[in-house]
Design a protein around this ligand. Sequence first.
Ligand code: TRP
Length: 361
Amino acid sequence: MGKIILTGDRPTGRLHLGHYVGSLRRRVELQNSGEFEKIFIMIADAQALTDNFDNPDKIRDNIIEVALDYLSAGLDPSKSNIFIQSEVAELTELSFYYMNLVTLSRLERNPTVKTEIQLRNFETSIPVGFLTYPISQTSDITAFKATTVPVGEDQLPMIEQAREIVRKFNSTYGEVLVEPNALLPNNAVCSRLPGTDGKAKMSKSLGNCIYLSDTPEDVKKKVMSMFTDPNHLRVEDPGSLEGNTVFTYLDAFAKDEHFAKYAPDYKNLDEMKEHYQRGGLGDVKVKKLLINVLEEELSPIRARRAEYQKDIPAVYEILKKGTEVARAEAAQTLKEVKAAMRINYFEDTELIESQQKRFNG
Ligand code: TRP
């Protein structure tokens, strides 16, 4: 059997560079590698509602933002099925059956959920839907028999939970589901891109994001105010790379070609880093390089976005078509699941015949 990808994002805002290096850029490469038989990219609106249930308009408005970000980053609807989670009702039905296979304490131990509960101050009143979203995420993955789930590091506990549910299902009812594997970013920097303020992670609530849809002016302004080495006061001073966000971003984005083009004094990033540590290289120069490097990556994305934005109904049509394909796929898996669970009463002619015999001899 061929390899199948499923992954997705919660539509709670525009996608930023953290999403891009952590997952989106890789998805586009995987899509174009031709290695995958099917690719499903899900806009996880139902999951987003588990902690935004009181603000459905936020989710509603961000579906198109995320779709535009996907398409402009290079996801190609002829190769990747982009769909909306809530429109595939089969996913909810699968979740209901998977709920029997997980204990409450197992959910409460999920490290990602634990952190999120703290972040949201849910400690004293956790919505059941929120606590159980790892089960729903298992449905997302297994409905498509995904072998490969490209995600950031923070999602590892979700994949582990999914694998456990798959094993439990298969051992209880028979081999129907496929155990998925996480596919992590290939380097540590990309797993966890810090915000422009040097804080742990890019996050909308911290206001430290560079968005894929930012204008060149926005990007420039944000890079110029980025956190560097607070002790690097004069150009001559030796600078430190530790926690120096500008260099972290260069680690994630810079290629050797960029140096020939924008900083010909250096062959590569290592040479530049050496100079910085030795002293004599100012932050502004490094920031200017980063602006150029980011622009190389972002300007084609921005250009594609501008094209797609001209025809928004066409973008919704892409989502609708993708959702139809996803629904057919999920329906097939649900059918197999129900048969394995012996709850396929009307489809099982043997059942009807045997009951007929039982009552009539
Ligand atoms: N939990 C993921 C996030 O917060 C989004 C998501 C929902 C997902 N369902 C998924 C990711 C299935 C991978 C597979 O980003």
